[in-house]
Ligand binder design. Structure first.
Ligand SMILES: Nc1nc2c(ncn2[C@@H]2O[C@H](COP(=O)(O)OP(=O)(O)OP(=O)(O)O)[C@@H](O)[C@H]2O)c(=O)[nH]1
Length: 563
């Protein structure tokens, strides 16, 4: 088994050795495959780096935006906390008690206002008991209303103080379920109080803050729908106010779209390319980092669905949409998501684009050079291989007769003799010498002599089997080895060759023909089993000499033989 494997391996390597063209092809294909894999790996690494750089840019913007919004949300939480404290232990100021007394006087009027101290707190505007009773969403609890009014006035101080110093929030308000509200917006004392209150308590940021819809009682963000044209479009952060499981009302903070745009633009580093877009939780576009006259990236329905699906389960990630790469990051303090849209053109103009192009060009250049060198080497190998074949042929053959030369014949004859001995079959040798060849040269010239030699070689070759080997071993001397042939069979072959040579007229010159003859000596291992080729050749040569002596044009295959 091991020997078979070894033999198969040797055979394979031997075959490869004789097919250098195939080895060259194999080497080039391997180099091409490896260079392509290497380039592909580099592209993958580059793509990963590109994606993480996109994520990093976006992360910076998102955390900067978050920081800015956190300040407002912290304020909102602070207001609720203060209001909770005030509800639990209201201050015993007289001015607050007077306000409650005044409310009790006004509570049945269609609209009213408690204007305690315009310089320090915000006025409370409200509607009548009858209006509150009209809907189950609202409730004016006789036990709680006093405390709530005092707490609202206390928070009014804070709202006024906190919102007057920064201009980020468009409006902060507290809307109570008990039929009143206070807001940083100026509130005139007229019939519009009723419609304003109605408008506030019908907004989703108020109605959706009940215990069922906001179990965590955290901040929720709402964007006014597009069709809403009652006033400028705002984003509202709202926070429910609870005390002892009782829902008092909602604290709300409005941000205008220009404010959101300003926050986003401030968060974006102008040196980075790509567009940043801020979306609400329902993937409605709030604002973009592009200037008002800039080109905003739009998404069609299918792309929006793909983005929505992608951002559904992850807080951050990326998705390729045709020629655009979209990365997203959810915000901690805003119920929405920031998108970074990076177009192919921006990518190509950027660092990663130029590195990718350089990499692709390098690969193309390398492949082109590899192909050129493959063509050159293939041609060189093919030339060398045909030259080697030609040299090899010349080394083993006689150029005139195209038969094996002396060295080649001796080499092959020794091997064949050895094989025959191993297989225990006979091995025979024929020695052939043309008669009076010198006279042909003398009479017709050397060229005619060459022609006769070629003609003789052709006749010898045509009289042999494929296993027999013939060669020119001297000037006009030939030798034939016949593996497996008995002495009689070899003698028959020799006789056939002799007859053939002697039968034909040879055209040695224009309109001049001549007939030639040959003397042949035959020997075989049949006579002496242990004879090697050289011994057999020497015997055949002696018999050839005998044939010459006996008158030429004859075959001698036994020492006593005479024609
Ligand atoms: N044309 C030609 N002649 C050759 C070549 N090689 C040897 N000869 C000639 O062959 C002749 C051999 O002559 P000899 O050895 O005297 O033998 P022969 O004339 O055939 O006489 P016998 O062998 O006794 O019949 C010589 O004249 C060589 O010059 C060759 O390649 N071409």
């Amino acid at each position: 088994m091991q020997r078979d494997v070894y033999k198969a391996k040797t055979h394979f390597l031997e075959r490869l050795r004789h097919q250098p063209g195939k080895i060259v092809n194999l080497c080039f294909v391997i180099v091409l495959i490896f260079s392509t894999i290497l380039t592909w790996r580099e592209v993958v690494v580059l793509e990963d780096a590109y994606i993480s750089s996109q994520q990093n840019h976006l992360k910076n913007v998102a955390s900067s935006l978050d920081r800015q919004l956190q300040f407002s949300i912290d304020k909102l939480l602070f207001f609720r906390h203060s209001m909770g404290d005030a509800l639990q232990t209201p201050l015993g100021f007289r001015v607050l008690q007077d306000a409650v007394t005044k409310f009790n006087r006004l509570r049945n009027q269609p609209f009213w206002q408690l204007d305690v101290d315009q310089q320090r707190t915000l006025p409370i505007s409200g509607v009548s008991d009858a209006t509150v009773e009209r809907t189950t969403l609202l409730a004016r609890d006789g036990q709680r209303i006093g405390n709530e009014l005092s707490a609202a006035l206390e928070v009014g101080y804070l709202l006024r103080l906190a919102t007057s110093t920064t201009g980020k929030e468009r409006r902060v308000s507290y809307v109570s379920r008990a039929g009143f509200f206070l807001s940083t917006d100026p509130s005139p004392l007229d019939y519009t109080i009723v419609s304003r209150y109605y408008d506030l308590v019908t907004r989703p940021w108020f109605t959706q803050q009940n215990e069922r819809q906001n179990r965590s009682r955290g901040v929720r963000w709402f964007m006014a729908p597009l069709s809403d044209d009652r006033e400028e479009r705002v984003i509202t952060a709202s926070l429910p106010v609870y005390q002892d499981h009782y829902w008092y009302g909602v604290l709300a903070m409005d941000f205008t779209l220009p404010t959101m745009k300003q926050l986003l633009t401030e968060a974006v580093d102008r040196r980075t390319d790509g567009e940043y877009q801020l979306y609400d939780s329902r993937l409605n576009l709030i604002t973009t980092s592009e200037p008002p006259d800039g080109l905003v990236n739009q998404f069609d329905e299918l792309e929006r669905a793909q983005i929505a699906h992608a951002i559904e389960s992850d807080t951050q990630g990326g998705i390729r949409l045709n020629s655009r790469y979209i990365s997203w990051e959810r915000l901690d303090h805003f119920d929405g998501v920031v998108l970074r849209v990076h177009t192919l053109q921006e990518g190509v103009n950027g660092d990663f684009g130029s590195i990718s192009i350089a990499l692709a060009l390098l690969w193309a250049l390398f492949t082109a050079m590899l192909l050129i060198s493959w063509l050159v080497i293939r041609r060189m190998v093919s030339n060398m291989s045909s030259m080697q074949n030609s040299l090899q042929w010349q080394a083993w053959h006689d150029p005139l007769t195209r038969l094996n030369n002396r060295g080649a014949l001796f080499g092959r004859a020794k091997t064949l003799a050895q094989e025959c001995r191993e297989q225990n079959i006979p091995f025979s040798v024929i020695q052939l010498d043309l008669d009076h060849f010198k006279s042909i040269n003398d009479r017709f010239g050397h060229q005619a002599g060459d022609k006769v030699l070629c003609h003789t070689a052709g006749l010898i070759a045509s009289a042999l089997r494929s296993s027999d080997v013939a060669g020119r071993v001297g000037g006009e001397e030939f030798c034939v080895v016949l593996p497996g042939a008995t002495i009689r069979q070899a003698a028959e072959v020799a006789e056939r060759i002799r007859a053939c040579i002697n039968r034909k007229e040879i055209l040695v010159r224009k309109s001049t023909t001549t007939r030639i003859s040959a003397s042949l000596g035959v020997s075989s291992t049949e006579e002496n089993e242990n004879s090697d080729f050289e011994q057999l050749q020497s015997i055949a040569d002696a018999r050839l000499y005998l044939a010459k002596q006996q008158g030429r044009n004859q075959v001698v295959w036994r020492d006593a033989d005479k024609k």
